[in-house]
Design a protein around this ligand. Structure first.
Ligand code: NI
Length: 175
Protein backbone atom coordinates (compact mmCIF):
# COMPACT_ATOMS: atom_id res chain seq x y z
CA UNK A 1 0.00 0.00 0.00
CA UNK A 2 1.38 3.39 -0.99
CA UNK A 3 0.87 6.21 1.49
CA UNK A 4 -0.94 9.21 0.12
CA UNK A 5 -0.82 12.82 1.14
CA UNK A 6 -4.13 14.12 2.49
CA UNK A 7 -5.34 17.72 2.56
CA UNK A 8 -4.84 19.44 5.94
CA UNK A 9 -7.80 21.36 7.38
CA UNK A 10 -7.13 24.99 8.14
CA UNK A 11 -8.51 26.69 11.27
CA UNK A 12 -11.30 27.72 11.74
CA UNK A 13 -13.08 24.44 10.96
CA UNK A 14 -15.72 22.76 13.15
CA UNK A 15 -13.91 19.41 12.81
CA UNK A 16 -10.90 20.90 14.62
CA UNK A 17 -13.10 21.66 17.65
CA UNK A 18 -14.48 18.15 18.22
CA UNK A 19 -13.57 15.67 20.94
CA UNK A 20 -12.58 12.51 19.05
CA UNK A 21 -13.81 9.13 20.33
CA UNK A 22 -11.27 6.38 21.05
CA UNK A 23 -10.41 3.84 18.38
CA UNK A 24 -12.09 0.53 19.26
CA UNK A 25 -10.06 -1.76 17.08
CA UNK A 26 -7.04 -1.06 14.91
CA UNK A 27 -7.99 -2.06 11.38
CA UNK A 28 -5.90 -2.07 8.20
CA UNK A 29 -7.85 1.04 7.21
CA UNK A 30 -6.63 2.86 10.34
CA UNK A 31 -3.04 1.69 9.75
CA UNK A 32 -3.29 3.06 6.19
CA UNK A 33 -4.61 6.34 7.61
CA UNK A 34 -1.59 6.49 9.97
CA UNK A 35 0.77 5.97 7.00
CA UNK A 36 -1.03 8.70 5.03
CA UNK A 37 -0.74 11.04 8.03
CA UNK A 38 3.03 10.42 8.32
CA UNK A 39 3.40 11.10 4.59
CA UNK A 40 1.34 14.30 4.94
CA UNK A 41 3.32 15.42 8.01
CA UNK A 42 6.77 14.85 6.45
CA UNK A 43 5.68 16.54 3.24
CA UNK A 44 4.32 19.66 4.99
CA UNK A 45 6.92 19.57 6.68
CA UNK A 46 5.84 19.23 10.29
CA UNK A 47 6.77 17.28 13.43
CA UNK A 48 3.28 16.09 14.41
CA UNK A 49 -0.21 15.59 13.00
CA UNK A 50 -3.53 14.53 14.53
CA UNK A 51 -6.30 12.68 12.66
CA UNK A 52 -8.88 15.51 12.95
CA UNK A 53 -6.44 17.72 10.99
CA UNK A 54 -7.12 15.50 7.97
CA UNK A 55 -10.83 15.43 8.78
CA UNK A 56 -10.94 12.04 10.52
CA UNK A 57 -12.39 12.17 14.02
CA UNK A 58 -10.44 9.28 15.58
CA UNK A 59 -7.96 9.33 18.46
CA UNK A 60 -4.82 8.93 16.37
CA UNK A 61 -1.67 11.05 16.24
CA UNK A 62 1.67 10.72 14.46
CA UNK A 63 4.91 12.49 15.29
CA UNK A 64 8.61 12.64 14.57
CA UNK A 65 10.52 15.36 16.39
CA UNK A 66 13.98 14.46 15.05
CA UNK A 67 15.12 17.80 13.66
CA UNK A 68 18.61 16.84 12.53
CA UNK A 69 18.22 15.89 8.86
CA UNK A 70 21.27 13.64 9.04
CA UNK A 71 19.75 11.62 11.91
CA UNK A 72 17.47 8.65 11.19
CA UNK A 73 13.74 9.36 11.13
CA UNK A 74 11.78 8.29 14.21
CA UNK A 75 8.16 8.06 13.09
CA UNK A 76 5.71 7.31 15.90
CA UNK A 77 2.09 6.27 15.55
CA UNK A 78 -0.14 6.49 18.64
CA UNK A 79 -3.72 5.28 18.86
CA UNK A 80 -5.73 6.44 21.91
CA UNK A 81 -2.77 8.35 23.42
CA UNK A 82 -3.20 9.39 27.04
CA UNK A 83 -1.21 11.62 29.35
CA UNK A 84 -0.50 9.41 32.38
CA UNK A 85 1.69 11.82 34.35
CA UNK A 86 3.25 15.28 33.99
CA UNK A 87 6.23 16.98 35.62
CA UNK A 88 5.74 20.01 37.89
CA UNK A 89 8.48 21.71 35.94
CA UNK A 90 7.23 23.68 32.95
CA UNK A 91 8.83 24.55 29.66
CA UNK A 92 8.07 27.24 27.09
CA UNK A 93 8.27 26.50 23.38
CA UNK A 94 7.32 28.57 20.39
CA UNK A 95 4.59 26.42 18.86
CA UNK A 96 3.09 26.32 15.42
CA UNK A 97 0.48 24.10 13.80
CA UNK A 98 -0.05 22.77 10.28
CA UNK A 99 -3.72 23.85 10.61
CA UNK A 100 -2.62 27.42 11.45
CA UNK A 101 0.12 28.05 8.87
CA UNK A 102 2.88 30.60 9.54
CA UNK A 103 1.61 31.59 12.99
CA UNK A 104 3.78 30.94 16.04
CA UNK A 105 3.39 31.68 19.73
CA UNK A 106 4.98 30.70 23.01
CA UNK A 107 3.03 28.12 25.01
CA UNK A 108 3.89 26.84 28.48
CA UNK A 109 3.41 23.14 29.16
CA UNK A 110 4.82 20.47 31.48
CA UNK A 111 8.44 19.80 30.60
CA UNK A 112 8.11 16.02 30.87
CA UNK A 113 5.16 13.73 30.29
CA UNK A 114 4.44 10.03 30.55
CA UNK A 115 2.27 8.86 27.67
CA UNK A 116 0.39 5.58 27.23
CA UNK A 117 -0.95 4.49 23.83
CA UNK A 118 -1.65 1.59 21.50
CA UNK A 119 0.88 1.03 18.73
CA UNK A 120 -0.07 0.10 15.17
CA UNK A 121 -0.36 -3.57 16.16
CA UNK A 122 -2.66 -2.72 19.08
CA UNK A 123 0.00 -3.35 21.74
CA UNK A 124 -0.04 -1.03 24.75
CA UNK A 125 3.05 1.17 25.05
CA UNK A 126 4.24 3.59 27.68
CA UNK A 127 7.09 6.08 27.44
CA UNK A 128 8.39 9.30 29.00
CA UNK A 129 9.01 12.27 26.73
CA UNK A 130 10.80 15.53 27.37
CA UNK A 131 11.85 18.67 25.49
CA UNK A 132 10.37 19.14 22.04
CA UNK A 133 8.88 15.60 22.04
CA UNK A 134 6.93 16.39 25.24
CA UNK A 135 5.57 19.64 23.80
CA UNK A 136 4.67 18.03 20.49
CA UNK A 137 2.88 15.02 21.96
CA UNK A 138 0.82 17.28 24.27
CA UNK A 139 -0.03 19.60 21.35
CA UNK A 140 -1.20 16.62 19.25
CA UNK A 141 -3.26 15.08 22.08
CA UNK A 142 -4.91 18.49 22.53
CA UNK A 143 -6.09 18.23 18.90
CA UNK A 144 -7.99 15.04 19.83
CA UNK A 145 -9.84 17.08 22.45
CA UNK A 146 -10.70 19.90 20.05
CA UNK A 147 -8.03 22.18 21.48
CA UNK A 148 -5.56 24.26 19.48
CA UNK A 149 -2.37 25.94 20.71
CA UNK A 150 -3.98 29.35 20.15
CA UNK A 151 -6.53 28.43 22.84
CA UNK A 152 -3.68 29.03 25.34
CA UNK A 153 -3.23 32.63 24.12
CA UNK A 154 -5.00 35.77 25.24
CA UNK A 155 -8.36 36.25 23.44
CA UNK A 156 -7.19 39.26 21.45
CA UNK A 157 -4.17 37.46 20.02
CA UNK A 158 -6.27 34.38 19.29
CA UNK A 159 -8.89 36.45 17.43
CA UNK A 160 -6.18 38.18 15.43
CA UNK A 161 -4.76 34.84 14.30
CA UNK A 162 -8.23 33.46 13.54
CA UNK A 163 -9.02 36.47 11.36
CA UNK A 164 -5.75 35.96 9.44
CA UNK A 165 -6.70 32.32 8.86
CA UNK A 166 -10.19 33.29 7.65
CA UNK A 167 -8.58 35.66 5.18
CA UNK A 168 -6.13 32.94 4.06
CA UNK A 169 -9.01 30.51 3.49
CA UNK A 170 -10.94 33.09 1.46
CA UNK A 171 -7.86 33.70 -0.69
CA UNK A 172 -7.32 29.95 -1.19
CA UNK A 173 -10.98 29.48 -2.16
CA UNK A 174 -10.64 32.18 -4.83
CA UNK A 175 -7.37 30.82 -6.25
NI1 NI B 1 -1.30 21.32 15.54
Amino acid sequence: MIAMKRPILIHPDPRLKKVCPPVADISDELRALADDMLETMYDAPGIGLAAPQVGVLDRLIVLDCVKDEAAPAQPMVMFNPEVLAVSDELNVYEEGCLSIPDQYAEVERPREVRIGWLDRDGNPQEQDFDGLWATCVQHEIDHLNGKLFIDYLKPLRRQMITRKMQKLKREKARA
